[in-house]
Design a protein around this ligand. Structure first.
Ligand code: ADP
Length: 736
């Protein structure tokens, strides 16, 4: 990028958005806009597409037009820009005459830099006439796959945009999408008549997402497990049918989880209310059909659960991609069952001919992904035709070791296939699994299958495991499902397995239930004071409520974490927080600083911490490591040899608060039961007594009970060791 442009863009990025660097491909995409040619930019969700045109729009003279398909998205983007101090507006049908007049005046006065509108409005002759006199600097077309019939969301009105090249000759047209295929790209270029567009395609991998795929055996229990891992955080649970949405919402609500439903069968106003409640963080969970999520831009969705299989990998990529748009770690958990295939096929039954065949092919690919045993990140990017360079992603169930490989997969595979042969290739997966498990079910007895030599051949395994293996054997091509009833048949490859000439890879769920955390999570929480983060979150919610905007428009989670990591005490230091530009500092600085200073004073936590090189956004762009961070690991060694917090802080040159965070991690990690190296025995005894005297899990009442004489850090140490002791006692009681 020419030096001048780069400096101008960097300055704008810092001043308005508070970012000190670019994400991958942003420099190239922005340079193209500055230079005036056309472009097609393909970046995954969360890849930072919006800034590719917003930042140059602030450097170029004139007005940038942004085409956006949904009014709700438009409004959020404009609100987000305005809170950063960027003069932006939109024009849409929900606005009054006077509001539209005001925007027109701002344009005439040359005060606006970005104008958002829907394609059908832009192509109206009145709009074009008006904009001809407005010095249009560039046109950005967001969600550009809507132009293509091959995209997943074709919108005929996008085709009309072809006229732009004629009515704004010489003005660069830049298109942005997360949809990958070459066909769609070629369609975009041809339909808009782009002039030798620069095509920039980023990696489709989303390293900050941790993927997990499980056979669905206990939907509610499995969903609860995920929610439990993300208490108080925002999550979306997708179901196939409205009925499932309603049932699951009700079950979660009964368990005191703040959840609301969303599907096309609900009245419009209720749907909007539920969506707003989720965006404003009045509820944590939305249970929805896939209709949900299109019109929202919420960046801090921390988990997406698919309670059933999606209909294609493209859909899965898009729906799961709604998690972690802010680049921070997020979890995507997919629960599937063989029955989903049948339901989805039934849902597709109104399609005909080639369209039906293509849809079924997509379903098969999706199913193979579910039953597959390769790294999920690798499987997804290879589906989209890209290489996955790393050996292990450290962010999926396969690579994190949540699933173990079966010791003797050939023998297990042969037992299963033999049973299919004995059943004369006439029964489905469920039935076959029951026979192998030695079920005494009436139907099996009536069929005489309890007399087969393969009956009970895998009786030491759970039926769920056997069922899983059947699916994995289907996914790897040893078995196939045939006919209306999905009866299992042996393939040619399966025959090789029976002869011992091909060995499958079979996974089984890990015995211990606890799921490993991806390294992205470790990194992006490094040095963050979580309680302060929670206090800042509350303040953000209150501020957003007063302003009537979604919470992430005030600050994203990444900015809040960086605040709780750096803990600035001055307006000057506040500007160093990633995601804080000049306008946000002026608008919210005082309030957020007051919260930080008060918290740090109350809890004896140091302020103005130099952030280490592990920035919050880095987690999204670099491949994460596994397990505790290197700083934490070093600290663990000191703790193991009984060093005090002060000694470790001095030896490592880290703030006491950071070392206290490492100690908390260490106590949990090493399940330490004795607090004596860090808290003297008299204080420990007082805290233990107070913990007995005060009800509940919160430490504030304990702190108050002790008259504020024992610091929160010390309270946490004693409480954690005590919890570890109790868990050990419960564990040994359960074992006996
Ligand atoms: P997309 O439109 O590709 O889904 P967004 O434009 O919404 O992505 O950006 C995703 C997130 O990344 C947003 O929270 C945005 O503020 C953040 N982001 C964008 N560019 C940068 C950058 N250069 N540095 C840090 N964060 C960035």
């Amino acid at each position: 990028m020419p030096g001048d442009s780069r400096t101008a863009l960097s300055n704008v990025l810092q001043k308005y958005w508070g970012y000190d660097g670019f994400l991958p491909l942003q420099p190239e995409a922005m340079t193209r806009v500055m230079a005036g040619g056309d472009s097609i930019v393909v970046l995954p969700t969360g890849g930072g597409k919006s800034l590719c045109f917003q930042a140059p729009a602030m450097c170029l003279d004139g007005l940038a037009i942004v085409v956006s398909p949904l009014i709700s998205l438009m409004k959020d983007q404009v609100d987000a820009l305005t809170t950063c101090g960027v003069p932006a507006a939109c024009i849409n049908s929900s606005m009054s005459h006077a509001e539209k007049g005001h925007v027109a005046n701002e344009i005439r006065a040359g005060r606006l830099r970005l104008l958002y509108m829907a394609p059908e409005r832009l192509v109206q002759s009145r709009t074009i006439e008006f904009l001809r006199s407005a010095n249009v600097s560039m046109v950005a077309i967001d969600e550009a796959h809507c132009i293509s019939e091959w995209g997943h969301d074709f919108r005929p009105e996008y085709r009309e945009l072809k006229m732009l090249k004629e009515v704004f000759p010489g003005v660069g047209i830049h298109t942005y999408t997360a949809t990958a295929t070459e066909k769609v790209r070629a369609d975009i270029a041809a339909n808009l008549g782009l002039d030798d567009p620069e095509i920039l395609v980023g990696s489709f991998d989303r390293p900050n997402l941790t993927y997990r795929v499980e056979q669905r055996t206990d939907r509610l229990g499995q969903v609860l497990e995920v929610i439990e891992r993300h208490k108080g955080e925002s999550g979306i649970i997708y179901c196939l049918r409205r009925k499932d949405v309603d049932e699951l919402t009700q079950a979660l609500t009964e368990m005191k989880i703040r959840a609301l439903p969303y599907h096309a069968g609900l009245p419009d106003d209720q749907r909007h209310r539920n969506q707003d409640a989720f965006i404003e963080e009045k509820v944590d969970v939305v249970v929805a059909t896939v209709a949900f999520g299109m019109g929202i831009d919420k960046s801090n969705v921390r988990y997406v659960v698919h309670a059933a299989m999606p209909k294609s990998i493209e859909n899965y990529q898009q729906e799961s991609g709604r998690a972690g748009r802010d680049g921070l770690e997020a979890e995507c958990c997919l629960l599937y069952s063989g029955g989903d295939m049948a339901t989805l096929k039934w849902m597709l039954s109104d399609l005909e001919g080639d369209a039906y065949k293509a849809a079924v092919k997509s379903l098969d690919a999706m199913f193979n992904f579910c039953a597959g045993v390769v790294c999920r990140h690798r499987a997804l990017v290879s589906y989209f035709g890209q290489e996955f360079p790393q050996e292990s992603c450290n962010a999926c169930d396969v690579c994190l070791g949540d699933l173990d490989l079966v010791d003797e997969p050939l023998i297990v595979g042969q037992k299963i296939l033999s049973c299919v042969v004995r059943l004369k290739e006439s029964f489905g997966g469920d039935y076959t699994a029951k026979v192998l498990a030695g079920s005494g079910e009436q139907r099996i007895k009536e069929n005489g299958h309890d007399q087969l030599s393969t009956w009970g051949l895998l009786k030491d395994e759970s039926r769920r495991n056997i069922r899983d293996w059947v699916e994995q054997l289907v996914g790897q091509g040893y078995l196939r499902k045939a006919g209306e009833f999905n009866v299992l048949e042996i393939t040619d490859l399966g025959r090789k397995l029976l002869q011992g000439e091909s060995e499958p890879r079979l996974l089984q769920p890990r015995a211990a239930k606890s799921k490993s955390q991806s390294a992205a999570a470790d990194d992006s929480w490094e040095g963050v004071d979580r309680d302060l983060f929670e206090s800042l979150r509350t303040l953000r919610r209150e501020t957003a409520e007063q302003l009537g905007v979604p919470t992430y428009i005030v600050f994203g989670d990444a900015a809040l974490r960086d605040m709780a990591r750096r803990r600035p005490s001055s307006l000057e230091g506040f500007l160093n927080v990633k995601g804080v530009g000049e306008k946000k500092r002026a608008d919210y600085g005082e309030a957020f600083l007051a919260c930080i200073v008060e918290y740090c004073g109350e809890h004896e936590v140091s302020t103005d911490v130099e952030a280490s090189s592990t920035s919050s956004r880095k987690a999204a762009t670099s491949r994460p490591r596994r397990g505790p961070s290197s700083g934490a690991r070093k600290a663990f060694e000191f703790f193991e040899s009984g060093h005090s917090v002060e000694q470790v802080a001095e030896s490592m040159g880290r703030a006491k608060s950071t070392v206290n965070a490492y100690l908390r991690e260490y106590l949990a990690h090493a399940t330490v039961e004795d607090p004596s190296p860090w808290v003297d025995s008299e204080t420990t005894a007082r805290v233990e007594q107070a913990l007995d005297d005060v009800d509940g899990d919160r430490l504030k009442p304990v702190f108050d009970h002790l008259g504020g004489e024992v610091s929160y850090d010390q309270l946490r140490i004693v409480a954690t060791c005590r919890n570890n002791r109790q868990a050990a006692i419960e564990g040994s009681a359960a074992a006996t």
